[in-house]
Design a protein around this ligand. Sequence first.
Ligand SMILES: NC(=O)c1ccc[n+]([C@@H]2O[C@H](COP(=O)([O-])OP(=O)(O)OC[C@H]3O[C@@H](n4cnc5c(N)ncnc54)[C@H](O)[C@@H]3O)[C@@H](O)[C@H]2O)c1
Ligand SMILES: [Fe+2]
Length: 873
Amino acid sequence: MPKTATAPPASPALSVSRPSTAVSAERRHEVDAMVARAKTAAEQFRRLDQEQVDRIVLAMVRAGVRAAPELARIAIQETGFGVFEDKVVKNFVATEFLYDYLKDKRSVGVIDEDVERNIVYIAEPIGVVLAITPITNPTSTVLYKAIVAAKTRNAVIFRPAPLAIRSCQETVAVLVKAAEDAGMPPGALQVIPDAAHEVTHYLFKHPGVDFIWVTGGPKIVALANASGKPGLSVGPGNAPVYIHRTADLRGAVVDILISKTFDASVICPAEQTCVIDDVVYEEMVAEFQRMGAYVLTDDETDRLATFAFGCGDKVNLQALGQAAPELARRAGIEVDPATKVLLAPLPDDLVALAAHPLIREKLMPVLGLVRARSEQHAIDVAVLVTEHGGLGHTSAIYATDDSVITAFSLAVRTGRILVNAPTAVGALGGIYNNLTPTFSLGCGTWGGSSTTENVNYRQLLNVKTVSRRRTPPQWFRVPANSFFNSGALENLRELDTKTVVVVTDGPTEHRGVIDLIRARLHSEHVYVFSDVTPEPDEGVIQRGVEMLDRVRPDLIVAVGGGSVLDAAKAMRLFHEQPGQTLDELTLPFLDPRKRVAEYSREPHRVRLVAIPTTSGTGSEVSPAAVITVGPRKQTLVDYSLVPDIAIVDPLLTLSLPPAITADSGIDALTHALEAVVSIFASPYTDAFCVQAARLIFDSLPRAFADGSDIQARTDMANAATLAGLAFSNAFVGTNHALAHAVGATFGLPHGRANAIFLPHVLRYNAALPTKFMPAPGYSAYVAPDKYAMLGRVIFGGRQPEDARSRLFRSVDDLLRAVEMPRTLAEAGVDEDTFLAALPELAMTALLDVSNRTNPRMPLLVELTDLLRAGFYG
Ligand SMILES: NC(=O)c1ccc[n+]([C@@H]2O[C@H](COP(=O)([O-])OP(=O)(O)OC[C@H]3O[C@@H](n4cnc5c(N)ncnc54)[C@H](O)[C@@H]3O)[C@@H](O)[C@H]2O)c1
Ligand SMILES: [Fe+2]
């Protein structure tokens, strides 16, 4: 039993004899009055502090310890079972051991604090607890439950097993006296002596009862669970014990004899069937006999079974809790008066065993014996035994071989699995192990309990979790080395390398850029991969990886626009981590710090130098690589993608035609304008956004008008990298989500797609959101203020409104100045094609990771509206 025992099959038998009458009105009044008293006491109890509570608990424990022998005597006298000395021990476990466990525990107010996670736990009592206690431990369970209830400031009403009422009353009397003297509110400990089922049923449904705490047989457990009230019910046990061939047999025999004779086995975790490996069976049984056990003949076994279990599913009360010689005598078997335990050999065939009456819990010094043919057979027998009334309770194994202990533990469904220790005393905790001391052994759902634990004060508390808001720490990560300004390419000369792969695209190779690179590299082998296409797809990446796998370079130099740099980042990733797939690594996420996709944390084997020839993407410093997968753009994001070295040489951008200058420049501006309002924006990223935007507004029109203006090119090159550093840490937003969807579907250059949505997204984010983005680091909706801040720093304006509109107007002016198409229609997208694609585009944009850091949470309909605005203007 769970617990503590109550006689499992026995208890139903014990209580059926009561007449079943409805509760009289008068009795109902009396019960109501007791519950009302308990309720008042519980309210007063709740006002006591930890010190007052601990004083009450100590007083109860002292009184319980002093009364241990007397209460044991009363228990024996009333129930007629068990062993006096052992009942005394049980009473000590329920007081002294319990106190040792409880004394330093906090059970009132703040009981725990998790400083790291900013969480405080506050304990509150439950209120009125109805405690059902068993006949098997009629005083110890009462001592234990009463003390645990006091520790948790709960009032208890005991309803003891019908044949153990006086034991309960006497125990409570001892405790009430001591506890009330120490300050316990009167009414906090009461006994309802009615054994009538009706009173129990009435209490189970009573509105004044807050919690039902049952220790008993399966029927009362089921009844309590059906009452509809919160509760904790623990039921019967039927512990198997496996003696493996590696066990210390002599030690095991003594343990089992201690345990099986403990209180004449009226305790639910006691050993019930012993499964012994074939090779040690004879030796084990001989040792049992030498130590005082008696092996029953087949005939005697049958006689005992008939005596104890011959009357249907009820146990013969005469068979419970007697010493072995007395039990034998009652069953008509003759044994030596010194006999400790009766051993009953049981069938080893599983079907025959399942049908044997002695497979059940035997609350008497009778232990079944089964000879095991193999480890698996032994485990099967143990499992079978638990399935006959012992699921969830207790089992044991004696072995020194860890693998069999593990196999047994995995297979057997019991809440406690004791290794090389007696179960009866062991499962109560504190004697043979560090289990929590208890007389309430949770049996898990298998046994009708909500827990498999050794129940104690924690289960009698309502614990409140006070969780303080926590703003997660942020970061600002940048690549180790960035070189900039005209001539920065010279830094290639410093690199120590043997084999280099230069990644680029056809046009860049034709412009002679690779020669500039080669001339500055001191390496034995320089290979060139020039197949990157704009907005690169998986095929390009794969071909690049094949080349890297073949050549095994120690350095990759990526030189080109964002497409080239992104392709090179992905190539290095899949070359170094051949087991990874694009599909897994681009798994969508809500919070980059918690996402499921796992990037390798190993140091790179191949260094990556990124040399941009456009001034836009910031890919040379960013942790992102955008890859086209079918009709979609997928973003790989992880700091392991950041290049080791960025070389930002504006001389390489002089050849950019005006359209690409504009496209890539607006991409950079979009990075700054999205990062500044991102939910991950910080003072660090804001600083980069401001300077990047300032440089772009000033220099992009000049670079566009005169591609050879080296000052304008230099400012643009630096601005793009600064914006890259900002969005590498704050990330982008809805503008990029829309641009990715539209760009991939209609083949628009990335920057141009950004340009079309930029004015709309700025106004969208500046308006009052329909839905805010949940973000602990972003407490108020500051996006409009951030735009105003940026506008004021660059363009002036006193009022936020004014500064913001200056910013928005300047964006419009800039887009016009660099001749950006203002609508998708202008960019050449056909209306019918657009409308047909619209639902899919909106969904693609919604799922884009860029949305995760937008300050406003975009709704699907809002994205649809923004897409329409992008088409029609
Ligand atoms: N990784 C990131 O953090 C990040 C950020 C934003 C955008 N992107 C991605 O970057 C890509 C866009 O990159 P991009 O805007 O640099 O364009 P791009 O790399 O696609 O280049 C566009 C065209 O310009 C040509 N070109 C490049 N440099 C030139 C030069 N100096 N002179 C003449 N022609 C030149 C290229 O050969 C190509 O034909 C997109 O795939 C986009 O999704 C990545
Ligand atoms: Fe971009």
